[in-house]
Unconditional design. Structure first.
Length: 294
């Protein structure tokens, strides 16, 4: 490494021109090395030396790769539903006299796929808002019981459709958490929606909320399909979906948990999960209570 830099310095000096290159050091860090000849200010044309600037670009490269992967994944996620949509449109155009049942099945497909795209877009917007810390309001005390009630009300039809019970069990003191209420709603909604989605018909979903003197804890419990140990560490990654072979029937983008985790970390809290295949899952949100309100 050092000898390469010295060689390049000598080359820069004799050519009187800048050189740059990237290399890895012994510890595996990516370095960018820029070498420029140093000229005397008294006008000698011969350089009096060389200046080598060595920058550690490991982090920059990592972020760059992540950005590229992200763009590739997002494009792919968009392309799949769009391909389906344009296929269905083409078919509808080709067959004027499609039987009623086929026609309504096609329209249903168009509806499902456009919904999926709409959801994907709003989730991406949400991620970008969170990254840029764009809050829709000042941190305010959140009425946790009210928000959980709203989540339950919003998702009751979904649970009902699957013949599942959706139960709230609240044991909250007077203490409150502060933050953006709509973010909070969104995070809990994602967890409860997952509990319903990944639990077969007839199952049970319970949301328990309790606070002690330090923390608010919300546990979202289901008796659904559960999560395999090899997936558990990865489900919070963007676009990660366990068991992709299950196909599109449950229809998610794999962004829900990544968003929920980001939101809860804005509240200085954390989400943990306990789960085993076949015996359901418990997602627990822990948020420190805010003190300054009292
Ligand atoms: P999506 O639900 O859109 O696929 P999420 O980020 O919300 O994306 O979840 C990521 C993955 O984690 C899901 O695809 C699913 O495999 C798994 N998962 C999340 N919640 C549950 C749950 N309650 N039970 C079983 N698996 C779950």
């Amino acid at each position: 490494m050092m000898s390469r830099i010295l060689d390049e310095c000598a080359a820069a000096r004799s050519a009187g021109a800048r050189r740059s290159f990237e290399a890895k050091n012994e510890a595996g860090a990516a370095l960018q090395i820029d070498i420029s000849p140093v000229l005397s200010k008294y006008g000698d044309r011969e350089p009096i030396g060389t200046l080598a600037i060595v920058k550690d670009v490991t982090e920059k490269n990592r972020i760059e790769t992540m950005r590229k992967d992200f763009v590739a994944t997002v494009s792919h996620e968009f392309r799949t539903p769009l391909t389906l949509i344009s296929g269905v449109i083409e078919m509808l155009r080709m067959y004027d006299d499609l039987p009623r049942a086929d026609r309504s099945r096609s329209l249903e497909m168009l509806e499902i796929e456009t919904e999926r795209l709409k959801k994907l877009i709003s989730e991406l917007l949400m991620l970008s808002k969170m990254e840029n810390r764009i809050f829709s309001s000042e941190p305010e005390p959140i009425d946790v019981a009210k928000v959980l009630g709203q989540v339950a009300a919003a998702l009751a039809p979904l649970a009902e459709k699957k013949g599942q019970s959706l139960e709230l069990s609240l044991n909250l003191g007077a203490a409150s958490v502060r933050g953006d209420e709509s973010w909070f709603f969104h995070a809990v909604q994602n967890l409860v929606e997952n509990a319903i989605k990944y639990t077969p018909a007839g199952g049970a979903v319970v949301v328990e909320a309790a606070s002690d003197e330090r923390d608010l804890r919300i546990a979202v419990r289901d008796n659904g399909i559960g999560i395999a140990p090899e997936d558990i560490d990865r489900i919070f990654e963007r676009f990660y979906r366990a068991d992709k072979s299950r196909g599109s029937e449950t229809g998610g983008s794999g962004l829900g948990l990544a968003i929920a985790k980001d939101i809860i970390s804005l509240f200085n809290g954390e989400i943990t999960v306990e789960s085993a295949p076949g015996s359901g899952s418990v997602f627990t949100v822990r948020i420190p209570l805010s003190r300054e309100a009292d």
